[in-house]
Design a protein around this ligand. Structure first.
Ligand code: DP6
Length: 359
């Protein structure tokens, strides 16, 4: 599938006004995307668990306006006008206009809410951008009833990617691959595809408890971090490592071999942060408490013969991953030994989910 196929081939009779609403989840990468080229294309393939409870709900109200070449929209977060979000959305509109040519015909009101606390340090770009992409595409679908479900999901992921790369992986679930890879049928750099081979039962309800170590603004945004992979001395090796880890994790997701799963997932998390620490300029997003937690997890795994492990995104928070049958014991461990390392003792219990939903 090429970009051109996402450009509508004819103009449709679009509604005068109306509203659509979608909720879309966050996701946590097992094999990480870090480094991009062209227009939001990944330097390596990645795979993530779609989450269930961490999500964004977006209502898009649209009203035709007198034709003008300018975008017209206002953004509300939790009912409050949030002008600080508008430049990012303006940029997103510029990128997707070719594929949604009706954008300048409307005035939009974008009302959005996150299920997780604001400034929790949890990236809202994956859930936020995918929810907005879904709302906009829903508007096109209303005028084009011939659009298949498969095409809708592909184009939604394609548009979401243009807002934020990882958002391409939030449309479906429970495992999504983004980035072309010979081991994954129909995989593409343009959009995410569900990993549909038979996934082992243990991963169907895998748990992710997110420990909020640092809720502050990141000192270095993901976009800046991705760019530092250009001219990075270890970049090419890192892209090879990620593609190789993707190939290794696929049979593990089918067999349920948790020791292999743990090894790949933790190596990916630490390699991601190693790239940050060896960029020019270098930077560190983990905090002392991130390391304290990692060491406690390793100690607990060893002494309790547990299958608990961790992963990290581009921040200091720790995602604690474990099978559902260990839930009660791991939550006790978190409450007794890990909450002390979390800001204000905060953590969020989530688990694998199955993708975005219209409301
Ligand atoms: C470390 O998707 O936030 O979470 O494409 O610039 O919006 P942009 O970056 P973003 O990068 C996510 C990086 C990551 C790893 C991952 O989710 O694969």
């Amino acid at each position: 599938m090429q970009e051109q196929q996402f450009i509508p081939s004819k103009s449709y009779q679009l509604p005068e006004k109306g509203e659509v609403k979608w909720e879309s989840p966050s996701n946590i990468a097992l094999v990480k995307y870090w480094g991009k080229y062209g227009e939001q294309l990944p330097k390596n393939s990645s795979i993530s668990f779609t989450l269930s409870h961490c999500k964004t709900t977006t209502q898009l109200s649209y009203q035709k306006k007198n034709s003008s070449k300018k975008f017209s929209f206002e953004v509300y977060l939790d009912g409050n006008r949030t002008e600080s979000f508008e430049p990012k959305i303006e940029k997103f509109f510029e990128r997707v206009e070719k594929y949604l040519p009706f954008l300048t015909e409307y005035h939009f009101k974008i009302e959005t809410q996150n299920s997780f606390p604001h400034s929790s340090g949890i990236a809202s770009s994956a859930s936020g951008m995918s929810a907005l992409a879904l709302c906009l595409l829903q508007l096109e679908r209303q005028a084009n009833s011939a659009m298949t479900e498969e095409f809708f999901n592909q184009k939604a992921s394609f548009l979401a990617r243009l807002g934020s790369g990882s958002a391409a992986r939030s449309i479906k679930g429970n495992l999504v691959v983004w980035g072309e890879h010979t081991a994954v049928n129909k995989s593409s750099n343009l959009y995410g595809v569900e990993f549909s081979d038979k996934v082992h039962e243990v991963f169907k309800n895998y748990q992710d408890t997110i420990l909020l170590v640092d809720r502050g603004e990141k000192q270095v945004s993901s976009t800046v971090g991705h760019n530092l992979m250009h001219n990075h001395p270890f970049a090419e090796q890192r892209f090879l490592q990620a593609n190789s880890n993707l190939e290794k994790i696929l049979p593990v997701l089918q067999s349920g071999n948790l020791d292999d799963f743990i090894f790949i997932v933790e190596q990916e998390a630490l390699s991601l942060h190693a790239m940050m620490m060896s960029s020019s300029p270098y930077f560190i997003l983990i905090k002392p408490n991130t390391l304290e937690i990692i060491n406690k997890i390793w100690e607990y795994r060893e002494t309790h013969k547990s299958k608990i492990c961790f992963t990290l995104d581009a921040g200091a928070n720790v995602h604690v991953l474990y099978p559902e049958n260990e839930k009660a014991k791991v939550l006790d461990f978190i409450k007794n030994q890990l909450v002390g390392y979390c800001q204000k003792g905060m953590y969020i219990c989530d688990e694998v989910g199955f993708g975005a939903k219209p409301l």
